[in-house]
Ligand binder design. Sequence first.
Ligand SMILES: NC(=O)c1ccc[n+]([C@@H]2O[C@H](COP(=O)([O-])OP(=O)(O)OC[C@H]3O[C@@H](n4cnc5c(N)ncnc54)[C@H](OP(=O)(O)O)[C@@H]3O)[C@@H](O)[C@H]2O)c1
Length: 248
Amino acid sequence: MYDFTGRRALVTGGSRGIGAAVVRQLLDGGADVLAVARTTAYAPPQGARFATTDLRTTEGVRALADTADRELGGVDVIVHAAGGAQANESGSTLGLTDGDWQDVLDLNLLAAVRLDALLAPGMRDRGVGAIVHVSTAALVPPVPPFAHYQAAKAGLESYSRSLAAELAPAGVRVNAVGPGRTATPGGEATRQRWAGTADATGSADVPPLGRDGLPDDVAGAVVYLASDLASWITGAYLSVDGGEYPRG
Ligand SMILES: NC(=O)c1ccc[n+]([C@@H]2O[C@H](COP(=O)([O-])OP(=O)(O)OC[C@H]3O[C@@H](n4cnc5c(N)ncnc54)[C@H](OP(=O)(O)O)[C@@H]3O)[C@@H](O)[C@H]2O)c1
């Protein structure tokens, strides 16, 4: 559907779930894709390059940027899809430890900040590029044990808008996508942890559009925003959630 011929793309979280669907769709469009995960537990879609690193550390992000330079010779598209929250045994906001906060902020927010800091200047200098950050649609209604996750994603969206404003004059676009409940390994694990916790989202069992999302539903929005069809869209946030979490 999209033409990414000659484009070099880096997709974090590209070994499974939403990230893997993004990788597949970018490959279908003709992109040269480097998929990134922490482990080799899952293999990325066939045809993609693959790198493992722990994105929660500055060293891990720096090593990844070096790999991207070496393997791709530059990056035209960045998709930060790696994310999620570790189990929080306390079940409360005040029970989150310093380590819980650091871990979740590192993966969901700072990994994107650090990766963009290393790779976006090349995009700016070439005057071309698209960045998509994967947030969450479930951002506003409070879920106390996941305060760190919601805060990290809120920060990611705010940061995306600032970066979009800064890079727009250079022709580089930055957007965010917020998935609702999507059938992925990480999504299922998180929902099991949410079950029985103080969930104040008031969300229904089934999203208004009648089903949970599939990885390709979310990837379609991500890849659209990364494509030239979205060439006049920057600083935007797009919910892909079956209508579950309207934002006023
Ligand atoms: N699924 C949902 O319902 C849902 C809802 C709202 C928002 N989201 C967001 O959508 C994005 C993708 O979610 P998903 O459900 O597709 O995730 P997933 O199934 O848990 O997959 C996560 C991917 O990120 C990688 N990853 C995790 N920690 C990493 C680390 N420290 N360093 C490098 N890579 C790491 C994983 O690699 P390994 O396999 O090696 O760990 C895997 O490739 C996330 O940002 C998530 O917050 C998802």
